[in-house]
Design a protein around this ligand. Structure first.
Ligand code: ADP
Ligand code: MG
Length: 336
């Protein structure tokens, strides 16, 4: 690398290195991010950038490329990262999640909105909410949200493993419901409840709702596309509970791998929402498929309550929403 200092004693970076960096950070989408991150962590940026002054870092950051890469660069060239300990936890369609050994950094274009909604929950609970993730400070560079690290697996990776007993299903269901209540009290609906957005916290023995990237507090917001577990949040919870109890999606009649079946699941769920006869059929199906009585009744309650609310949620009258949540709470609290 170019290592002469300028008249202020700062390092200069040669045009070749700037060009290499540009190549490194532009181009293909997140699918090859993993490989790139490995390059960066082991041989790439750490050695190239070590000791570079702030102006040059800013110059590197100004290379014009996608928002996601920009966010990654902010992290990579910030002093926090010089130690090299920086793990990529997940790459999604809209961003990436990193862990620095003490907290999580979620890079996503929805970071400011996610931060605003999390702040609302924190204000409502003075930071003492139990089943909704907490943020750890303001958004950095408009795209990076610091959040508390939860040690444990997602519900998605735990479903089907022998470690999940019926007793544990019940506790997870009740915790997720409590998280939904915490959100609702803050005027928020999550709209993306699914097993990969539920973390099982090993250290505190609780389930935590994460990923408010699709959440809303806007009464006019239209429903969004959570094909496998969508509908109102309570309807989603009913479907997640069915998945926990059986290993299958309630609306995947044909038993296809869920990745292929997403469109069909959505179509069947929509028919279910519109057709009372079909609802009866599915309630029978739940009774038949789910042996655990608590889960079976809890699923049917969540589905029925969720149906009553409808997927616009905030446009449903407050008394109806409150009554639906109260009914589920009563069951979850009394019958445990
Ligand atoms: N606070 C956290 N602690 C530990 N792991 C997390 C945390 N937040 C997210 N993750 C991991 O990153 C994944 C993606 O995070 P998420 O917020 O759902 O982003 P996306 O919008 O990409 O779905 C999660 O499924 C989980 O595995
Ligand atoms: Mg997610």
């Amino acid at each position: 690398m170019a290592d002469e200092s300028d008249e202020h004693g700062r390092m200069n970076v040669s045009p070749e290195i700037l060009s290499d960096l540009k190549d490194l950070f532009s181009g293909p989408g997140p699918s090859i991010l993993f490989e790139r991150m490995e390059q960066v962590n082991t041989v790439g940026l750490d050695s190239i950038l070590h000791g570079i002054d702030m102006d040059t870092r800013i110059q590197l950051l100004s290379i014009d490329d996608g928002m996601l890469y920009k966010a990654m660069k902010v992290l990579l060239v910030s002093s926090k990262v010089w130690g090299g300990k920086f793990d990529l936890i997940s790459v999604g369609s809209r961003g990436a999640v990193f862990y620095d050994g003490s907290q999580v950094w979620k890079c996503s274009i929805s970071a400011p909105e996610e931060a605003r909604l999390l702040e609302k929950v924190e204000e409502a609970y003075k930071g003492s909410q139990k089943n909704v993730i907490r943020s750890k400070g303001p958004v950095v560079n408009e795209i990076i949200l610091p959040i508390e690290y939860v040690e444990g697996r997602t519900l998605e990776s735990s479903i089907g493993s022998a470690t999940l007993s019926p007793g544990l299903y019940q506790r997870i269901s009740a915790d997720v419901f409590n998280g939904l209540t915490e959100l609702k009290k803050a005027g928020i609906y999550h709209r993306d409840i699914r097993p990969s957005n539920i973390l099982l916290d090993e250290t505190k023995d609780r389930a935590v709702i994460i990923d408010l990237g699709d959440a809303t507090d806007n009464p006019d917001a239209i429903p969004i596309c959570n094909r496998r577990y969508g509908g109102s949040d309570l309807l989603s919870l009913g479907q997640v509970m069915y998945k926990m109890a059986t290993g299958h999606n309630l609306f995947n009649e044909f038993g296809k791998p869920s990745i292929e079946a997403a469109d069909e699941i959505e179509k069947l769920r929509k028919s279910f929402c519109e057709d009372p006869l079909l609802q009866e059929n599915y309630f029978h199906k739940v009774c038949k498929d789910v042996n655990d009585r608590w889960m079976s009744e809890g699923i049917r309650l969540c589905l029925a309550a969720g149906l009553g609310i409808g997927d616009k949620q905030l446009s449903c009258p407050q008394e109806i929403r409150d009554a639906a949540y109260a009914e589920v709470r009563q069951y979850f609290e009394v019958n445990r």
